[in-house]
Write a protein that binds this ligand. Sequence first.
Ligand code: BJ8
Length: 429
Amino acid sequence: MSTFEVKAYPEMWNSLGMNVERFDKMRVMLGDVYTKMFLSQRDRPQRMDYFDHIVSEIHGGRVKEILDAKKQGRPVVGTFCVYVPEELVLAAGGVCIGLCGGSQGSVPDAETVLPRSICPMVKSAYGFKLGKICPYFQSVDFVYGETTCDAKKKTWEVLDRLVPTHVMEIPQMKRERDRVLWLEEVKDFKKKMEDVSGKAITSSDITNATKIMNGKRKALQRMNVLRAHNPAPISGKDALLIEQIAFYDDPVRFTEKLNVLCDELDERAKKGDGVAPKTAPRVLVSGTPMALPNWKLHNLIESGGGIVVNEESCIGTRYYKDLMSEQNGSINAQLAALRDRYMKIDCSCFTPNNERIDQVLQEYRDSKAQGIIHYCLQFCHTYNIEAIKIREACEKEHIPFLAIESDYSPEDVGQLQTRIEAFLEQVRG
Ligand code: BJ8
């Protein structure tokens, strides 16, 4: 196992007004966890070296790039939802950063203000800002929130006291009148980006941004298709890590490096080289997003001898399954195309949301999975209730199914391990 360290940038953290001493301890812990969970894996693709490097620079190198972009007058936007049209951030010359919300470390900070009985992702994200322990949160010009769920939309009101937070109304149904509302929101977002960048967004800006985003999404799709090979050429943990990095790395460089990795995965698939035996139970994980550094479920499944072959999640296929037309045209036509592309996202906050059930089954078949684990963060009512329909669909198709509700604490690890092992046995049988 190689020596690995998440690099320290205390001067920069200090200049960002962070709690440097505390953050440095988190940095060391992250390095230890990463070494144990990721670098200990056998037969890892060599081209994971780029993504290891990105993790080693997660608290510094990438932050510096973002600060440099700010110095050039480029706006930096923090987001928490795949509904925020990244194309418009890029079209305005800005940088879009999906902020972290996957750590137990920041939850106690949040619980000094927010109720305990809300989603851990919302608490973790808020705690990062309150505790001044995230350099990205300290660097963004503003946060673009959305009204997908109650926990998020009410948290934005208190987050706004710490960092400017603008809220986009996401409809909860997909009727024509909802599509009209959503188009208005997309237009408002464009205006917001023009105001903060001081630059009018042109049709060719949108086309160029669309090409960049399509490139990134196609590379992620390509990786996912390669995971369908048996034996799988890449672990679920590494694939999830890449899906998480997609939210904060430079999009052009990320795409290039991911395609290089995919070339290697392609070779491995042709030779029949994999990271797990052909007999390893193949699992599709579906449900709530796993924000960085939430690797708990994947680690349990793969430590138990299974292999995760797909994430039906916003940090997963919901982020990259749909592309946009790259045609130049009138701005209004492009904004309508953006509206259409984003309205395809089948978040459980919509009702009804039956297309998600079909999508899960489709991805199950495409990934050649042998069982589905539905993952729901504690207190996420919409995903938790939608799991009923996914369970029913699985029963009908005789697909092994397990529903898990969890948070970021280590307390339920033993119990989850037992349930996951039993599930993997069922799949093997
Ligand atoms: S489009 S899934 S990224 S909202 S898990 S905070 S819903 S209580 S994350 Fe999401 Fe956008 Fe939907 Fe995707 Fe609330 Fe549920 Fe927590 Fe959630």
